[in-house]
Design a protein around this ligand. Structure first.
Ligand code: ADP
Ligand code: MG
Length: 384
């Protein structure tokens, strides 16, 4: 097993005279035995990054190390890495056994050792009964297991996965997710896993790298990303339904009463929708927000942090119910006040009727605040 280190790794695709930067300098240290997930929307550079690590794509800039060795110019087959692809890439005319044994045979490994390795991998994956079948006689999940088996038999230093579950149906995806997690624990191997699915990222990763348009947005443990997103992209990409974002300004005054415009000790509150929304913000945010009075900001709050309130008080906004979605274990309430729209998530105890007034509490200690221009986090629920 080994660590993987990316130092300013870049990829520029050249198409005639046209240049496209697909990956803008990724810095990342994947520790020996760590499970790191690269997540982001389609086209953000996930596969390109993974393929550079595998040696399937040249590196345009920066350095890539496996262990302590710079491998920028080391060919794929000498990197001791195994990759699993979304489309399985099995040889259709070969049995599962031969698919798994193929790379080892090419290497000239003695037959008995190949047999041992294939049967070990088959046991780990529970596919002992499938070894004589060809891919067309297997289900998608079985094919994906064989594809994973083909990686396991090589005993690589690093496993790379590129959206390995995306071709499977939802139920099988959940099951395979658990299997990959178990595999990681069992093998203790370094794994780098690419997906566009934030749930997969959250459930599998020791750490997650969020990418957008070839730029790393944030690298953190799953719950850290969820609790302290560094910008509005991460805030809305991780979590479903996404964090509510409301554009407004930091207005002077406490927000309890209409601002008087007079001296008020420098207190600020959040104001949006021509005043339909006025929210006090934590006093601990004062240093982070100093000098930003009257500036445009974006307020964030997760759907589950909004509370159905009984009374109108500070931090409560009167809204109207646009739609209620009962999901059995929970309900999603879509509410609005003027141009301000939010989604609240709660237990489906009392379902408010569509069109009814609703009072939602925005607990100050649960708020996030972002710069409207840079979209960077200014302050979040943990304080600064
Ligand atoms: P992802 O895997 O996150 O969906 P990719 O890494 O495949 O994204 O692609 C990143 C960007 O690089 C995209 O804009 C894509 O169109 C571009 N790209 C990918 N492969 C090539 C290629 N071989 N030649 C030119 N552009 C490419
Ligand atoms: Mg891809």
């Amino acid at each position: 097993m080994a660590s993987v280190t990316l130092q300013g790794v870049r990829k520029i695709y050249r198409d005639g005279s046209r240049e496209q930067v697909a990956v803008h300098g990724v810095d990342l240290e994947v520790a020996d035995g760590e499970f790191v997930v690269l997540v982001g929307p389609s086209g953000c550079g996930k596969s390109t990054t993974l393929r550079m690590i595998a040696g399937l794509e040249s590196i345009s800039g920066g350095q890539l190390l496996i262990g302590d060795r710079v491998v920028n110019h080391v060919p794929a087959k000498e990197r001791d890495i195994a990759m699993v692809f979304q489309n399985y890439a099995l040889y259709p005319h070969m049995t599962a056994y031969d698919n798994m044994a193929f790379a080892l045979t090419l290497r000239g490994m003695p037959k008995p050792e190949i047999e041992t390795r294939v049967s070990e991998a088959a046991t780990i994956l529970g596919i002992e009964d499938l070894l004589q079948r060809k891919p067309r006689h297997m289900s998608g999940g079985q094919r994906q297991r064989v594809a994973v088996g083909r990686a396991i038999v090589r005993h690589p230093q690093v496993f790379l996965f590129d959206e390995p579950l995306s071709n499977l149906d939802a139920k099988l995806r959940v099951q395979m997710r658990r299997e990959i997690s178990r595999l990681h624990r069992q093998l203790g191997a370094t794994m780098i896993y690419v997906t566009h699915d934030q749930v997969e990222a959250m459930t599998l990763g020791d750490r997650i790298v969020v990418l957008n348009a070839g730029h790393v947005q944030q690298i953190d443990a799953p719950m850290m990303l969820y609790a302290n997103p560094r910008n509005t992209f991460v805030a809305t990409f991780i979590g479903s339904p996404p964090m509510n974002l409301v554009s407004g300004i930091l207005a002077r005054g406490s927000g309890d009463t209409a601002p008087t415009g007079g001296a008020d000790g420098g207190k600020l509150h959040f104001r949006a929708g021509d005043g339909v929304m006025q929210l006090p913000i934590p006093s601990s945010w004062a240093p982070a927000l100093a000098g930003r009075a009257e500036r445009a900001v974006v307020l964030g709050i997760r759907p589950e942090e909004l509370e159905l309130a009984e009374t109108a008080e500070a931090g409560v906004v009167s809204m109207r119910v646009d739609l209620v979605e009962p999901l059995g274990n929970e309900m999603l309430v879509y509410a609005s006040a003027g141009a301000v729209e939010v989604t609240a998530r709660s237990l489906p105890r009392r379902m408010p009727p569509q069109g009814a007034p609703i009072t939602l509490r925005f607990p100050p200690e649960r708020l996030h605040m972002f710069d409207a221009e840079t979209t960077d986090s200014l302050a979040s629920r943990s304080g600064g």
